[in-house]
Design a protein around this ligand. Structure first.
Ligand code: LLP
Length: 413
């Protein structure tokens, strides 16, 4: 158990959360190094001797310490911007293990990636292919590319986080893919490396991956027959985590089923997991500012708001919220809301809690898409981040100051 109560005090990764919260300014994010390591290792141990690259998806949690921890474990990275590339390099990541995804890479970003000799561009359109080719030729280089195929698969997740359905902006239609590979094979600035797909995020079933892979493997075989052999297949990320106790797909089953379909083809396997590595490794610790009862509802008002944690309002995402001190007094049903002037500013609705003003709460499973989606809305500083490493709590990001928030603004009038 990585989270449990000992003598009614919440412990996370064996550390007393009350002690941690009392001596720090709330709200703050708190991560566990050991959970991240375990998740990474369960992926890496699943491949056996199959050639592979785990490219952690930086967008899920891009704190430099987390990237450096993963780089030291041997991870590669999936990036979607020049900013993410700079982060990975600053954290000590190996550029030859970086894949660059995204539908709108700018010329500047392509130049930066080529100058750093990344492993592969995951190309999303013919326009993008031509831009990469032009820039690579100017530099007398060959850019390694894969095409991202849209496998037109329906997945059961929130509509905002599907990416491989027919109408999504991502990927290239299967009907166009062969001719695009043939075009690419004629270009001097391009070296064809692989093929990729990504069907969405928070996926709780194995079948959509396997169904997509069967379609992609058929393309790989057709390409091979045309004299365009590929070196790798990138199956994206997207494996879900358990937010409400629901069963998850086992990482080693996922990898072994994929390897089975690849069969004896000489294809290295690339994966781009984000949430399934860091999601359950994070808590948001917040303090109750006020409790407010109206005639129809009771509210717990916390010092964390939607600017700190956007997933509940944006996706109606459920995150469990638990007391840091467990009391035996009867529980009341509360909407847990933040201090922001928006009705959408909630962390959770109808939660059974036994709490008073000044108590601490922990919001669970916020290691992925938590801090990275934070903003300065309502001119609120982005908050501190800490990581538990060898039973010590280390600060890995300082809270913004108001001066920092104002510093780039230009008072014109
Ligand atoms: N690769 C690509 C190309 C992606 O677009 C994504 C996520 C990943 C990998 C990593 O997926 P993961 O393993 O983390 O599911 N903000 C949303 C999630 C958006 C995911 C976008 N793409 C949320 O909070 O649920």
């Amino acid at each position: 158990m990585t989270i449990d109560y000992k003598q009614d005090i919440l412990h996370f990764d064996n550390n007393n959360i009350l002690e941690i919260a009392k001596s720090r300014q709330t709200p703050f994010y708190l991560y566990s190094e050991s959970i991240i390591k375990n998740n990474y290792n369960s992926y890496s141990e699943s491949f056996g001797d199959h050639s592979h690259n785990i490219c952690y998806s930086v967008k899920a949690n891009s704190n430099l310490s987390i990237l450096s921890l993963l780089a030291k474990l041997g991870s590669g990275f999936d990036i979607v911007s020049g900013g993410e590339l700079t982060r990975v390099l600053t954290a000590g990541g190996d550029p030859s293990k970086i894949v660059f995804s995204g539908v709108g890479k700018t010329q500047e970003e392509i130049i930066q990636a080529l100058d750093n000799n990344i492993m592969c561009f995951n190309v999303e359109s013919k326009d993008e292919l031509n831009t990469i080719n032009k820039i690579a030729k100017q530099k007398n280089k060959k850019a390694n590319i894969s095409f991202r195929v849209n496998p037109a698969i329906n997945v059961n997740t929130h509509p905002y986080i599907t990416t491989g359905m027919r109408d999504n902006k991502f990927g290239i239609d299967q009907s166009d893919i062969l001719s695009l590979y043939k075009d690419a094979s004629m270009l001097d600035g391009i070296s064809i490396a692989g093929i990729d797909f990504h069907i969405g995020s928070q996926i709780m079933e194995l079948e959509p991956y396997l169904e997509s892979l069967v379609k992609i493997i058929a393309i790989v075989d057709d390409l091979d027959a045309c004299g365009i052999p590929l070196k790798h297949i990138d199956i994206g990320g997207g494996l879900g985590i358990s937010y409400e106790g629901e069963p998850i797909v086992d990482k080693s089953l996922y990898i072994s089923e994929i390897i089975k379909i690849i069969g004896n083809r000489k294809l290295s396997l690339v994966i781009e997991p984000g949430r399934s590595i860091v999601g359950e490794a994070g808590l948001l610790i917040t303090k109750i500012i006020n409790i407010k009862e109206s005639s129809t509802k009771s509210f717990v008002i916390t010092d964390a708001g939607m600017n700190d944690m956007l997933r509940p309002p944006l996706y109606e995402a459920f995150h469990s919220i638990i007391e840091v001190v467990n009391t035996s007094t009867p529980k009341t049903s509360y909407d847990v809301v933040g201090p922001i002037c928006e009705t959408a500013d909630f962390l959770g609705k109808d939660r059974k809690l036994s709490v008073s003003q000044g108590d601490f709460l922990a919001v669970e499973n916020v290691g992925a898409y938590g801090f990275v989606l934070a903003s300065n809305y309502n001119t609120r500083p982005k908050i501190d981040e800490y990581i538990i490493s060898n039973n010590k709590v280390n600060k890995i990001r300082k809270r913004d100051t108001i001066d920092q928030i104002l510093e780039n603004e230009i008072k014109f009038l």
